[in-house]
Design a protein around this ligand. Structure first.
Ligand code: FRU
Length: 485
């Protein structure tokens, strides 16, 4: 057994007890066994089993260890946790086995990632001070990896790229392998000062080993200074009967607008063939406080499934989540099935959720205490007068309301610990194309996910209620069904 596997096991054993009894642990969302988690990585279905890898820091609740954690499932809801599969143990990835993807071919799974090296010293962090390399490793069982191998490095990137090139997503198309990378291109204003451009690079290969640059997706106008975690995939439009290429990415550095780009960093998509300008056509995946770095994969039923990180980077330690006290932080979103209809992507919780043993409550919006239970609330036939839900008490609670085309999620408290966490949770708004007619809400301990109009808009937030504060009530609306587990 590798030395670091032994050390992680010891850490999980040492801290596991405290973590396990934390009231904020979720029931069916992926969490770190101990410590910190961020991006989902290497999502795939391999030999029939769903594999989720994730950025994992078992030794630090504030991140930074650079491991790939691993869990598997047969239904996307019950996850079995395994040893991490990769650690920063070679020169090319000594500061972190950064995010990447998985490609299944028969009996073999290939994982692609970025090996990150932070150089010691006082560097201008943008242009120097780090080295990125794209790496791969293969596995026959999803758990034990071959030797790591370097595929690309700074010497292969276009001249105008900074050191920020990462997050390879690889797929196979027409007999060739394609890899998309998120990047930061050096760019200047007219007066000569720097105004870097977020962009994506697409490489192509015949054999997974040798890669050539095929395309640079560099927007005409600046749309953020860096793009992380890109994904490029094709979806069939159910209404128009045609295939459309979707580019998903996470731009950093967009200024906040009314009802748009309200988090520290953003995450969304554009339909490549129909795009006029990136800034107008970019649709955010999620309007809530906690969402970033999603990745998609296709399962053996042909579903396009997306999982995101229910968190946002660089929100500062003072904005830590309350679970930190119990030795862990962050979780992933519920897997969402994507469908394309009339040029819009709908995101719904995978239908497996419906087969959980829900018990229907006789409920009409009055105060309901959910305590240790897991909640699923659906509301149909919402009238133009709108609908409003309160979750939790005035100290830590949130209100979600919809009216006509508007949706708003706001936390009641303005000050205090819970208000500050996650970068500050106050108010997020979204404007839909149509009036709000239905809502589905999942609350799993400390995560709440709200799907509006069959997934036309989603709000994800973490919510840290003490068990005795876990109550909800709502205004009357068409048809409300409250289920608990
Ligand atoms: C996004 C990200 C990626 C990087 C990873 C490191 O959250 O910054 O770009 O690969 O996290 O953990």
């Amino acid at each position: 057994m590798k030395n670091w596997v032994q050390k992680v096991r010891e850490e999980e054993k040492k801290k596991g007890g405290t973590v396990k009894y934390c009231p904020f642990r979720t029931n069916y969302h992926i969490m770190p066994p101990v410590g910190w988690l961020n991006d989902p990585n290497g999502l795939c279905q391999f030999k029939g089993i769903y594999q989720t890898y994730f950025q994992y820091a078992p030794f630090s609740v504030n991140g930074g260890d650079g491991f790939w954690g691993h869990c598997t499932s047969t239904d996307l809801l019950h996850w079995e946790y395994h040893d991490p599969v990769m650690a920063p143990d070679i020169p090319e990835d000594r500061s972190g086995v950064y995010s990447g993807s998985g490609l299944v071919e028969g009996e073999e799974l290939t994982l692609f990632y970025t090996g990150n090296v932070k150089l010691p010293g006082d560097y201008d962090y943008i242009d120097a001070g780090r080295i990125s390399s794209q790496m791969m490793a293969t596995t026959k069982d999803g758990q034990h990896m071959s030797e790591k191998r370097k595929l690309l490095g700074p010497e292969d990137y276009p001249e105008h790229m900074t050191e920020h090139v990462r997050d390879p997503k690889v797929w196979k198309e027409d007999g060739k392998y394609r890899m998309i990378l998120g990047a930061r291109a050096r760019a200047y204003r007219k007066d000569g000062t720097r105004k870097d451009k977020g962009c994506a690079l697409v490489y192509v290969s015949e054999d997974k080993q040798h890669w050539d640059l095929d395309q640079e997706i560099l927007p005409e106008n600046n749309f953020g200074y860096m793009w992380e975690c890109p994904d490029l995939f094709v979806m069939e439009d159910a209404d128009e009967d045609k295939k459309i290429e979707i580019l998903s990415f996470c731009p950093q550095g967009l200024p906040t607008e009314e009802g748009r780009f309200q988090n520290r960093y953003q995450s969304g998509y554009v339909l490549m063939s129909q795009m006029e300008t990136i800034e107008d056509d970019f649709v955010e995946w999620d309007m809530g406080f906690d969402f970033y770095a999603p990745q998609t994969f296709e399962d053996d039923k042909g579903r396009r499934i997306l999982i995101g990180w229910a968190g946002v980077p660089d929100t500062g330690e003072e904005h830590r989540n309350l679970s930190v006290e119990n030795g862990w932080q962050h979780c992933l979103t519920i897997p969402r099935e994507l469908t394309l209809q009339n040029g819009k992507i709908l995101q719904e919780p995978v239908h497996e959720v419906e087969s959980l043993p829900w018990k229907v409550e006789n409920w009409n919006g009055e105060r309901f205490f959910w305590g240790k239970k897991t909640v699923r609330l659906t509301v149909d036939n919402i009238s133009p007068e709108g609908w409003r839900l309160c979750v939790g008490g005035p100290e830590n609670g949130a209100t979600f309301s919809v009216k006509e085309k508007h949706a708003e999620l706001s936390f009641l408290m303005e000050t205090g610990e819970a208000a500050a966490c996650g970068g500050g949770r106050k108010k997020r708004t979204g404007i839909l194309e149509m009036d709000v007619e239905n809502v589905e809400i999942l609350i799993d301990s400390s995560i709440m996910e709200i799907f509006i109009n069959g997934g036309a808009m989603v709000f994800t937030t973490r919510i840290y209620l003490k068990e005795n504060e876990r109550e909800l009530w709502a205004s009357k609306a068409g048809k409300q069904t409250l289920c608990v587990l």
